[in-house]
Ligand binder design. Structure first.
Ligand SMILES: [Zn+2]
Length: 251
């Protein structure tokens, strides 16, 4: 995907689902954004993605040390935990989000407390507030609900914008139903989803990239996905390693 001088690649595609018997799934999107002399990531995926992220970045000729900016939508582990992979990156997260996550007692769901503590101490940290420009052409918008300090980022192009929603709107179902699952505050989430729609509909062709789904556009009043879904797991149910059963996890 191109936006003016930027190249945008979804290096890990988020998945709109949750596990039935094993708690949080955490298959979130990781987006590579290059241009203006910078190499940025929007969110960093979950810890199980580290090898994959390295491979996918290498496929674009990027080493972890080349990443100049890690821009996080919120503190949940599947979006924030891999900031430690990028030693030279400026680390951006919402000021309200970091404060909230830092003050939680240890052991709360989804927040990696020790990573949050290290993030708060990092000399590379730059906290952001509502309306801040966090990157050339990109503004932060406070989007509470899923967590109290989520940020939505809007990258402004000449003809259209990209709207990175993180988990403030995790997937198509939340956007179109205007309801939310897994939120700290459903009422705040509802107001945040209206705010996201305003940014999405501000100009024709605006692309929305959610935290756990394919990118989407609005065309003639309908929502269209960009790209295709790909998700599967392999199980060992035999006595040896040779035989596996493949489960495709998409329609
Ligand atoms: Zn989240």
């Amino acid at each position: 995907m191109k936006l003016d001088n930027y190249d945008i690649e979804i290096i890990v595609q988020g998945y709109p689902g949750k596990s039935v018997c094993h708690g949080g799934l955490g298959w979130s999107s990781v987006v590579l954004l290059r241009g203006e002399g910078r190499t940025a990531l929007i969110d960093t995926g979950s810890i199980g993605m580290r090898k994959l992220i390295r491979e996918r970045l290498a496929g674009h000729g990027v080493a972890p040390a080349d990443v100049t900016d890690v821009i996080m939508t919120h503190s949940h582990h599947d979006h924030s935990i891999n900031f430690t992979m990028f030693p030279n990156a400026r680390l951006v997260i919402g000021a309200d989000e970091l404060r909230w996550a830092s003050e939680l007692p240890w052991g709360e769901p989804s927040v990696p407390e020790l990573y949050v503590r290290e993030l708060g101490r990092s000399p590379m940290l730059q906290t952001a507030a509502d309306g801040d420009t966090v990157f050339p052409g990109m503004t932060a918008h406070l989007a509470p609900g899923h967590t109290p300090g989520c940020l939505v980022y809007v990258l402004h192009g000449g003809e259209r914008d990209l709207v990175f929603t993180g988990d403030a709107a995790k997937n198509r179902a939340e956007l179109l139903s205007r309801g939310t699952d897994m939120t700290c505050d459903a009422k705040q989430s509802a107001a945040t989803i209206e705010m996201i729609w305003r940014h999405w509909q501000a100009r024709p062709g605006n692309v929305l990239i959610p935290g756990h789904d394919l990118p989407m556009i609005q065309r003639d009043g309908a929502t269209e996905y960009l790209g295709t879904r790909n998700a599967a797991i392999q199980g060992w149910f035999d006595d040896g390693l040779e035989t596996t059963t493949l489960f495709r996890l998409h329609a």
